[in-house]
Design a protein around this ligand. Structure first.
Ligand SMILES: O=C(CO)[C@H](O)[C@H](O)COP(=O)(O)O
Ligand SMILES: [Fe+2]
Length: 223
């Protein structure tokens, strides 16, 4: 099993100390910085927009993994690419012309991601898998940090892993929502490659250690 990529979500950071928290991620074992964009329409919450992404980009020494929870994401792809996104993930449920949108993301020089809400079945992606660099499985209903992990995510990971293996495709499997030390090992066992973690990192006593420990799975089983 490869070492997982840990992507701390700055949604759970202290926005009054954003530079401090980005610096912590820079010095940590995290592979990416996860950036949640919420528009108050696709999800019942508003997070932040392009000026913050641009500011994070100027502070960050790790790639920005931008998760767009917005309607009509195709209208903003160029702006987020310009603001510094390395990956742009759009929601399956928000895209009428998903194939076109994914093609546009790659043409902008970014990795193309698709997110699935908890109710959206994995097989719906079958005909666009070649256009996808990563699939983000939502393990909570999107819109808020700090929610409880939905258990059927394990089955979705296994189904997606099977689909990717069958088609010999290299897309990464990312899990987002309610991820922490209690489920990281099982998620990686099931086939996850990228773990997004907000609350379990930034509300931990030692966020740096929390990031390191998530990256240390699988741990040897206790006797
Ligand atoms: O996309 C998201 C919410 O819609 C966030 O990335 C996710 O909630 C991470 O936060 P936490 O680890 O606290 O659940
Ligand atoms: Fe997210």
């Amino acid at each position: 099993m490869n070492k997982p990529i840990i992507a701390p979500s700055i949604l759970a950071a202290d926005f009054a100390n954003l530079q401090r928290d980005i610096d912590l991620i820079n010095r940590s074992d995290a592979g990416w910085i996860h950036v949640d964009i919420m528009d108050g329409v696709f999800v019942p919450n508003i997070s932040f927009g392009l000026p913050i992404v641009d500011a994070v980009r100027r502070l960050a020494q790790k790639p920005l993994d931008v998760h767009l929870m917005i309607v009509q994401p195709e209208r903003y792809l160029e702006a987020f690419a310009r603001a510094g996104a390395a990956t742009i993930t759009v929601h399956y449920e928000a895209c009428t012309h998903l194939h076109r949108t994914l093609t546009q993301i790659r043409e902008l020089g970014c990795r193309a991601g698709v997110a699935l809400n908890p109710h959206t079945p994995v097989p719906l992606l079958e005909d666009v898998l070649e256009q996808i660099d990563q699939v983000l499985l939502m393990s909570v209903n999107p819109g808020f940090g700090g929610q409880t992990f939905i258990e059927h995510t394990y089955r979705k990971i296994a189904r997606l892993k099977h689909l990717l293996t069958t088609h010999r495709l290299p897309a990464l499997i990312e899990v987002d929502g309610g991820v922490g030390p209690d489920n990281a090992g099982r998620l990686l066992d099931a086939g996850a490659d990228v773990l997004v973690a907000g609350t379990s990192v930034f509300k931990a006593d030692d966020p740096m250690a929390a990031i390191r420990e998530l990256g240390e799975y699988p741990k040897p089983a206790l006797a």
